[in-house]
Every structure is written in C-alpha cells, then in structure tokens.
Design a protein around this ligand. Structure first.
Ligand code: ADP
Ligand code: MG
Length: 369
C-alpha cells in the first residue's frame, strides 16, 4: 500500500515566501498522479516535501497510512528522478544503476537480475558497459529511470524528467513511462509544466498556481469541466478562447454579447445564470478552438449560434488547420478540418457548439455554469 495523503500541507520558506499554501489531497495506491502548473507554482516544493527533502512547515503527510512528517528521505521507500539525470560520469551504466542497491547491501546476483531486467525494459541492455557520456540524452534519462526502477520503491517521484529532451524523444519517453506504470506496482507522482504530458500520462491531474491547488481530476474532467478560468486556459492546446461579454435577456432567451457577437446560451446555462442573478452582468465567455466550426459544414446551424470573423493567420497542420480570426479587438483561434483553408483577409462564418462552452465570473474567474 502506497497511498499518499496530504492534509493542509504548507511550506513557508525562511524568507517568508509561501511555496505551498495548504495542500489537501489523497493520491491512491498505484495511481499515476501528475502535478501541472506554470513555473513557480510550487510543484517542486510539494514533490520535495513528499520526498522528505524539504521540511514541512505545517500540515500532515502520510505514505501508506504512516505519518512521515519526520521520517528521513531514505526511510520513505521513495525513488526520485530529476530533470538533470545526475548520473555518475566515471561509472558505467551498469554501475550507475547498481550503485544504490550495493549501498543497501543487496546480494550481487539479485543486483544483476534487477539491472538486467530494467535494462531490457528500457532498451539499454547493450549499453551497460558504456559511460554516460557515450549515451544520447534520451538514453541517459532512461538510465536515471532504470536506477529508480531497480530499487523497487513503493513511490516514484518525477520532477520534469523529460524537459531536457527534444520534442520527438519526449514523446517516445512519454510512451515508455506509460508502459512503465502499467508494468510496475507503484504509485507515481510526476511534476511537469507541460499540460500535454499531464493529459497523456495522468490517471489524475493536480493543477497548481501560486502555491494553491486549483483543481484535481481525471484529464478529461479538467478539460470538460474546468473549475475556473485558469484551469480552462491551462488545459488544452491551442488554449481556450475567452471573450469579455455581458449576459443579456431578449424575449425568452439569454445571450452572451460582446463586440461582434451575440450568442444564445443553452437552457442549462440560462438557468444557472438566472439563479445566480447574472442577467445584465459581465462574464467571461470561454470556448475551445475545437468547439467552433466552419458554418460551411453546418449549414443548418441556428443564426443565434453563429458569428462572423475576419481571418488573420492560417496554420495548416495537415490533420487540422488552425485559423486565427478577429472579431473586433478580440483575436481567437479556431480549429478547422485539415482541408479547410480559409483565405487570409476573408470573412468566415463560424458556429459555436454552446453545449461545450464555458462561463466564468469576471472577477474571481470561477466557473458559473
Ligand atoms: P515550480 O516547481 O512549480 O516551478 P517551485 O516549487 O520550485 O516551483 O517554487 C515555488 C516558489 O517558491 C517559487 O516562487 C520559488 O521562487 C520559491 N522558492 C523555491 N525555493 C525557495 C527557497 N529555497 N527560498 C525561497 N523561495 C523559494
Ligand atoms: Mg520545478
């Protein structure tokens, strides 16, 4: 059992800076939990507290049901993989992976067995006699992962392990880490600033900002039901579009209105805004690029779900096309079919899938519907 339970965990640095401002969270046994957030949001601080490398200012942390606030790192049965692989340059790959086991007095045949099994899995079997400098960046990172695997810890902690790799290698390693998780019987807590990594790897994502946990949920839960504007804008690529708008009532319907658009809200949104007394108030209207469609392909779309924009920049990606379009002062991005190539400077009729749209409080950013 390697459940990690945090209760109101706080880290205040000696200079008074609040690194983590009270985190309460349970990471289940065997979960692949990913902490994601911009630089400086407190991800590393939180991870280092779990590892025991950073003192806990207040709050409680237990691993596998045991309070570990005052348990030293080496007694926590945790292995950590960092962004800089921190391999011993003068040791062979075999020795790098075996070193920690030797320190723990594990017998040589068992060390051999574990190293060769990890090397096999990580495609390093023919590299064991090499020195780190003879390996590529991706291979070195795999050695760092291998060194953690051979210890068979209850908990793996990763801090931006793929940040130093180029884009293609990052994707490859991502797939390997997903395979690794399926194969080992351990809890993983993984830190990244890259929301794509978070979305693809996590069983659950923990979004952080300014030392505060913003939302915890399964990837598609965060994508579909972000709790606030920050999470909405952070998860998903290209990012969600936001419009400053006002809630207006006309006849029996409620609309969001802004420069260049007036769009009817769904019955659910209408009810929620009415209940909150938001008619006539300002809100932030959010809609993802993939939930705005070219009206050419939806000729029957109702007029009060559409708006006209002028095409500014077109990025054909092959499988899809990103069109950057302008409505008055607002620039938004729309994800179109790969074969849709609107002309720069032309006007385009767009349809909003309102059932996938979002409304946020203008001041607090909290989701309204
Ligand atoms: P992240 O990993 O999300 O980029 P960190 O956890 O490293 O963020 O840092 C969170 C905040 O705490 C940052 O603003 C950082 O400058 C600050 N911080 C980190 N370490 C210290 C320290 N030793 N003393 C004071 N402030 C620190
Ligand atoms: Mg960090």
């Amino acid at each position: 059992m390697a459940e990690i339970a945090l209760s109101n965990l706080r880290k205040v640095y000696p200079n008074g800076y609040v690194g983590v401002a009270g985190a309460s969270l349970t990471i289940n046994d065997g979960e692949f939990a990913v902490i994601v957030g911009p630089s400086g949001s407190g991800k590393t601080t939180l991870l280092r507290m779990v590892a025991g490398l950073e003192d806990i200012t207040s709050g409680e942390m237990s691993i596998g049901g045991t309070l570990v606030n005052d348990v030293s790192p080496k007694d926590r049965d945790i292995a950590m993989v960092f962004q800089n692989y921190a391999l011993y340059p003068h040791m062979s790959i075999y020795e790098n992976m075996a070193f920690g086991l030797r320190l723990r007095g594990i017998p040589k045949p068992e060390i051999d067995r574990r190293v060769s099994e990890a090397a096999q899995f990580l495609q390093l079997a023919d590299r064991l006699e090499n020195k780190p400098k003879q390996l590529s960046g991706g291979q070195r990172q795999r050695v760092a992962v291998g060194r953690a695997i051979v210890r068979k810890p209850k908990v793996f902690l990763f801090d931006e392990p793929l940040s130093n790799l180029d884009a293609k290698l990052r994707v490859e390693m991502r797939v390997e880490l997903a395979r690794l998780h399926r194969r080992i019987d351990a809890t993983i807590l993984y830190v990244t600033h890259d929301q794509v990594e978070a979305m693809t790897l996590a069983t659950r994502i923990i979004v952080m900002k300014d030392g505060h946990i913003q939302q915890v949920g399964a990837p598609l839960e965060l994508y579909s039901r972000p709790t606030n504007r920050f999470v909405a804008g952070f998860i998903g690529s290209p990012a969600m579009n936001f419009f400053d708008s006002t809630v207006e009532q006309a006849e029996n319907h409620i609309f969001v209105k802004g420069p260049g658009f007036k769009i009817r809200l769904t019955p659910e949104q209408t009810e929620s805004l009415k209940k909150r007394g938001m008619i006539g108030k300002g809100v932030t209207f959010g809609i993802r690029p993939e939930h705005i469609h070219d009206r050419l392909f939806l000729p029957d779309a109702p007029a009060d779900q559409t708006f006209v924009a002028s095409v500014d920049v077109v990025e054909p990606m092959g499988a899809e096309t990103y069109a950057y379009v302008r409505l008055g002062e607002t620039m938004i991005v729309v994800r179109l079919r790969g074969d849709a190539l609107p002309k720069v400077g032309s006007q385009i009729d767009l349809v909003c899938d309102m059932s996938r749209s979002h409304l946020f409080d203008k001041e607090t950013g909290a989701a309204l519907a």
